[in-house]
Design a protein around this ligand. Structure first.
Ligand code: DNO
Length: 357
């Protein structure tokens, strides 16, 4: 297992590489170039980023994310040009040692929350929160406005301004696109990119829908084991993998996370893991918790054990967590609680390893 940390680049992440390196057991990043979906990541830009990360003593083997242009998801004629750019980006990243590319195929929105800083009454910290009931009242335009307002000036992943500028038009364009049509467009994309990945030694890892159900009537096709079974069959290859995010899939209590890890781990179809905890508050109502099992509803020991047993060499990162110790930062991406999370996960790992020997 390689423990990694999500990082947004020195221009936009308040957390320095030095701080990340000081977290015990941190091997590298899940990082990105801050570029709009659809454009090529040029070699010189990638090289500069990779050199900077290496100079800090960290690895850069996982990219999160190279976003898929909306025209590809909608199957518009312009998709071929965007797919060609995506392929060039894959080739360029492979040249600089990237092994896994995380992405998602969610229409319009990436992850969605109704409150970015809901206070946790027990300890006065705060975390990302979702209540479907609140969403009903808000509607897509309002939630976008609120999320932008509450994100403290940071661009949140999936909420990039250029993507949201076109929101109303894009939402209209999706009317009439069924889950099956979306899957067909997805297959078209995978048929083009996966052979290139095989050639250059990169694995594509699809992130689940978050939350794990359809929203605003948009088609969503990646929120259960059955969904991912279909996805990996769209283009059957070891390079077509899952970025198994325990918190995203875990927002639906019907998803048995350790079982899903074992299922895809045994097939060698887990390209990367996001490991975090969720606290259920009711039907389609949850908040994010500290990583420790007892503070949420996921069994983190069973999760780490499933990883250990079925995909022990995967990349892992702690995720989201809470804002604690009055830290000011990008909602969901503070330093302190993610560092505690990584340390806890490393502790579980060490115990599992020792007990096995
Ligand atoms: C949220 C993240 C997602 C993820 C993308 C991958 O915190 O896990 O934004 O990076 O869905 O494309």
């Amino acid at each position: 297992m390689k423990m990694t940390f999500r990082w947004y680049g020195s221009q936009s992440d308040p957390i320095s590489l030095k701080y990340i390196k000081q977290i015990p057991g941190m091997s590298g990043l899940m990082g990105l170039l801050d570029k709009p979906a659809g454009v090529v990541w040029e070699e010189d830009e990638i090289k500069a980023l990779v050199d900077e990360v290496h100079a800090a003593g960290l690895e850069f083997e996982v990219v999160e994310s190279v976003n898929v242009h909306e025209d590809i998801k909608m199957g518009l004629p312009s998709r071929d040009e965007y797919i060609a750019n995506y392929i060039t980006t894959i080739r360029n990243l492979a040249k600089y040692g990237v092994k896994v590319i995380i992405y998602n195929f969610m229409p319009v929105f990436d992850w969605l929350r109704t409150d970015l800083a809901r206070e946790i009454p027990e300890d006065g910290s705060n975390s990302l929160y979702y209540n479907e009931a609140d969403l009903g009242e808000m509607g897509p335009m309002e939630i976008v406005r609120r999320t932008a307002e509450d994100s403290k000036g940071f661009t949140l992943p999936g909420w990039e301004p250029e993507r949201l500028a076109l929101l109303e038009t894009t939402l209209k364009q999706y009317e009439g696109i069924t889950p099956d049509m979306l899957r067909e467009n997805y297959k078209y994309f995978l048929d083009a990119v996966i052979p290139v990945c095989e050639e250059v030694g990169v694995r594509m890892a699809c992130h689940p829908d978050d939350p794990a159900w359809p929203i605003f009537g948009l088609p969503r096709i990646a929120h259960s084991q059955e969904d991912f079974d279909k996805i990996i069959k769209l283009h059957d290859s070891p390079a077509n993998t899952v970025c198994l995010c325990t918190g995203s899939l875990g927002s639906n209590p019907e998803n048995d996370i350790p079982a899903i890890i074992r299922h895809f781990g045994e097939m060698d179809r887990i390209g990367a893991m996001h490991v975090r905890n969720v606290k259920f508050l009711g039907y389609r109502h949850f908040r994010e918790a500290a990583h420790l099992s007892s503070t949420g509803d996921l069994d983190m020991f069973a999760i780490m054990k499933a990883i250990y047993d079925t995909c022990p060499d995967t990349y892992i990162r702690p995720d989201h967590g809470r804002m604690i110790w009055d830290e000011q930062g990008r909602p969901g991406y503070g330093l302190y609680d993610r560092a505690l999370g990584a340390t806890y996960l490393n502790g579980l790992w060490e115990a599992i390893q020792r007990m096995d020997k």
